[in-house]
Design a protein around this ligand. Sequence first.
Ligand SMILES: [Zn+2]
Ligand SMILES: [Zn+2]
Length: 177
Amino acid sequence: MPLEKGKDSSSFLCQISDKDIDLIGIKVKECFEVAERFFGCSFRRASYNFKQKGRAAGTAHLQKNELRFNHFMFSQDTRTFLETVVPHEVSHLIVYQIYGNTVKPHGKEWQAVMRKVYSLAPNRTHNFETPAPKSCYEYKCSCQHHLFTPHRHNRASKGVQYVCKCCRVTLQFIGKK
Ligand SMILES: [Zn+2]
Ligand SMILES: [Zn+2]
């Protein structure tokens, strides 16, 4: 579930508690049960975790039968997250278990599961805020500019020297980006 255009950043506390895992687990179970009642068959239950990072609210890993959820967004609005993101991702697994790889990820089969099984609008995007992009540190040599991660910048400030592979000049810090 990617981000709707035009939304962005800010920071939230991100401590994953046992209660959060339980809430996701209860909702995943409920979504599977609703689908099983609807289709009159049983589905392989998925594993679930909070490994999703970045701009996606969640992802369904079809072959692994695994659901990854974004705790940063879960924390912003837990109720909306449970009511929209969890059924969205479970629907992908249901469609996969019924049709395999033969249909589009957000095609008519997935949309039908969202509408008929969960009575939800088949939205492909979410409205949660996304994490602020990691800051970059700009360095230069004699031929180009280089961008460092905070981790690498930290090492450079402690004396580690980085040399450009092209011009072999030691990189110099010029500013934060
Ligand atoms: Zn999706
Ligand atoms: Zn260079």
